[in-house]
Write a protein that binds this ligand. Structure first.
Ligand code: WT7
Length: 656
């Protein structure tokens, strides 16, 4: 199965794209030889390499030991004995040298933008830290965020890490049921939310919806509400709910809050992500290692320059936003943009308008966005001056060569390198990527491992795959921002990441390395699907469908989609006596939206009396995947107990 996918993609002969002379000369890493030399140093003598890099951060106390890895206990530690603060490194240390430089630009969906200099951001983060302190938040307490893309989210996160409180940001597009599960799992003490989110010029209530689950969240002591919109009546429960602005602007709150000295290995945050089975898992990231790694990857992968205007279009509810809107850029003293809206409102040139308005120099987005905007044609791009761009980035899924070419030619005018960055929620930062001044690009390849990353391709049997042969992507040794555990579930941590190839981090992605050593990521080998760059578990969507009263069984598989990359296709059997129609389809879709969030609604639902099963009763998802994709040949059906069902399912398939 791996092999087949690999052969399909290798057969496309690829052209190489070199950085321009001027880009190369101005880059931090100017040649492939220089990259290789540093890479080798980082692998052969990792502690020396990382100690040198760590000098670039500000420490209250330096580490005693750079790294350690106890394989049997799966315990990795970085910069042990050191004391540091993420918020201090993102704010305080810049105050003297760049206090009046813009740290954060917030572009709302509609209306007036807001800018914060480093001094201003420092002050408001300090004030909010003092509010958190007033409500008893201490080192190690969990604070949950359920917010739209507004500055208070960034401010709140920085305030948490300032105190050593552990933030858990829940993507605002998830349902309140998902929010509830995450609050309960992490036992959060405080929830920070907004009275509204804005979509297409309209305010949509947020806090009022959240109220429905608060009764079940026994750990919560306070709810802090940001007033995003004035036209919504917000219910505020006395003694529990308080307004952000009233608290932060209160005369009793001080402008300064000392950044706490935090142990290197203290958890900085939890971020929930989908896996193969069961509920989402709380990925736990550390303090010093995470900060170090996001700082360094931001600097080298985006070839960061002091005058850059950096824009990552992700939502902060995902790891991409954590690492490359907030922590990586701010640790470097950069200007980072946070955008509240969507790429197509009011028109499909919204992104290019913003690039022009702020003279964005480095732009980082997802292939699904590139494909969606390509569809509207060049004319929307040509309305704007994009000459400020010097570097483009891609993340979230493999970028198909056609989209790559459009991105390169139409957006980058043929002069901007594209860094195709491979990483995961669990990796904290970018692991496989070209360094833009040093590497000749091949469209569709994430190129080479970053410093300190020992990436390998293994066969099913755990042997090193040959050049060109497909296999599983593993990282042989821990890197500084590797997840430390699954929150309160070390067994799941072990089972998911370290069982398949003992002692090595298993990514669950398929990959191959070509004759030049370039990595080509093939995508997930487990039941995780990437829908428009959002990570979803088919098991979770199946669970949501089955929790509806009319459903007996459900099997959800990915189906190729031109814009989204993958769409979700569901095969559903109903309880005896029920028949599926258009109303039930929409009810089931809404039910999934209610249980997980709108992004998880299946694009197609096909009702069937039977699912293809083995004699032992296992649903054959491999066959369903082929049927959903419209393949004539669905593979071997010999092991099926009911092979006749395949023909019927094929006939009744719903195309996109
Ligand atoms: C999965 C992780 C942190 C990145 C945002 C998504 C896929 C990510 C690439 C890429 C091919 C990619 C992988 C990975 N992926 N980047 N450049 N090329 N595939 O984080 O939600 O944790 O998803 O996204 O399949 O396992 P995530």
């Amino acid at each position: 199965m791996i092999k087949k996918r690999i052969i399909e993609s290798v057969s496309k002969k690829s052209k190489r794209f070199s950085p321009s002379k001027i880009f190369r000369e101005n880059a931090h890493i100017k040649s492939f030889e220089e990259y290789l030399k540093l890479y080798q140093e980082s692998i052969e003598n990792p502690d020396l390499f990382w100690a040198k890099q760590a000098e670039e951060l500000d420490w209250f106390k330096k580490w005693d030991k750079v790294s350690s890895w106890k394989k049997t206990k799966l315990e990795c530690k970085w910069f042990e004995g050191g004391k540091i603060n993420i918020s201090y490194n993102c704010l305080d240390r810049h105050l003297d040298s760049r206090g009046n430089k813009t740290a954060l630009i917030w572009e709302p969906e509609v209306g007036k933008a807001k800018k914060y200099t480093y001094k201003e951001l420092h002050k408001v983060v300090c004030r909010f830290s003092n509010v958190l302190k007033k409500y008893g938040v201490k080192k190690g307490d969990r604070v949950c965020f359920y917010m739209p893309m507004i500055p208070e989210l960034t401010i709140g996160m920085l305030a948490c890490v300032r105190l050593g409180a552990i933030h858990s940001v829940v993507f605002g597009g998830f349902s309140i049921e998902s929010l509830k599960d995450r609050i309960i799992d992490s036992k959060a003490k405080i929830l920070i939310t907004s009275n509204a989110s804005l979509r297409k010029g309209k305010s949509i209530p947020m806090k009022n919806n959240v109220d429905a689950i608060l009764g079940d969240c026994k750990s919560l002591k306070k709810v802090v509400v940001v007033k995003r919109a004035d036209d919504i009546d917000t219910f505020m429960k006395k003694g529990r709910d308080v307004w952000w602005h009233k608290e932060v602007d209160s005369n009793n709150i001080d402008d300064f809050c000392k950044a706490k000295e935090i142990d290197s290995e203290h958890p900085a945050f939890i971020l929930y992500t989908s896996g193969t089975t069961g509920k989402p898992k709380g990925v736990v990231h550390s303090t010093a290692g995470y900060l170090m790694y996001t700082y360094l990857t931001f600097k080298y992968v985006f070839d960061y320059k002091e005058e850059d205007i950096f824009w990552c279009t992700a939502d902060i509810g995902w790891i991409t936003g954590h690492s490359y809107i907030v922590y990586g850029p701010l640790a470097n003293g950069a200007t980072t943009i946070m955008f509240e809206g969507v790429p197509t409102y009011p028109n499909p040139d919204r992104y290019w308008e913003i690039v022009d308005k702020y003279k964005v120099s480095v732009f980082y987005t997802a292939p699904t966005v590139v494909r969606a905007l390509e569809r509207f044609g060049k004319k929307w791009v040509e309305k704007h001056d994009l000459s400020s761009l010097r570097l483009l980035g891609s993340v979230g899924e493999p970028i198909n060569p056609d989209a790559w070419m459009w991105y390169h030619q139409v957006i980058g005018k043929g002069k901007c390198p594209i860094v195709d960055t491979w990483w995961q929620t669990e990796t904290g930062g970018i692991l496989i990527t070209p360094l833009p001044g040093a590497v000749d690009l091949k469209p569709g390849s994430a190129c080479f491992p970053f410093f300190g990353v020992k990436a390998s391709v293994l066969t099913e049997e755990g042997q090193k795959a040959k050049k060109g042969e497909g296999g599983y992507l593993v990282i042989e040794k821990p890197w500084p921002s590797m997840l430390r555990t699954v929150y309160k579930n070390p067994k799941r941590f072990k089972d998911t990441y370290f069982n398949k190839f003992p002692g090595m981090y298993f990514t669950n992605d398929g990959v191959k390395c070509d004759e030049d050593g370039y990595f080509w990521i093939m995508g997930r080998m487990d039941d995780v699907v990437n829908v428009s760059g959002h990570r979803l578990s088919t098991a979770e969507v199946e669970g949501a469908l089955v929790s509806h009263g009319s459903v007996t069984e459900a099997a959800v598989v990915p189906m190729p989609h031109k814009i989204k990359g993958s769409a979700l296709y569901a095969f559903v059997t109903l309880k005896k006596g029920l028949s599926g129609g258009i109303d039930l389809i929409s009810e089931l879709r809404n039910h999934v939206g209610f249980e997980i969030g709108p992004i998880a609604k299946p694009d197609r639902i096909q009702f069937t009396n039977e699912l293809p099963k083995t004699r032992s009763g296992k649903i054959m998802r491999r066959i369903l995947k082929a049927i959903a994709a419209g393949k004539e040949d669905v593979g071997n059906t010999m092991t099926l107990a009911n092979p006749e069902v395949v023909k019927k399912l094929k006939k009744e398939r719903l195309p996109l």
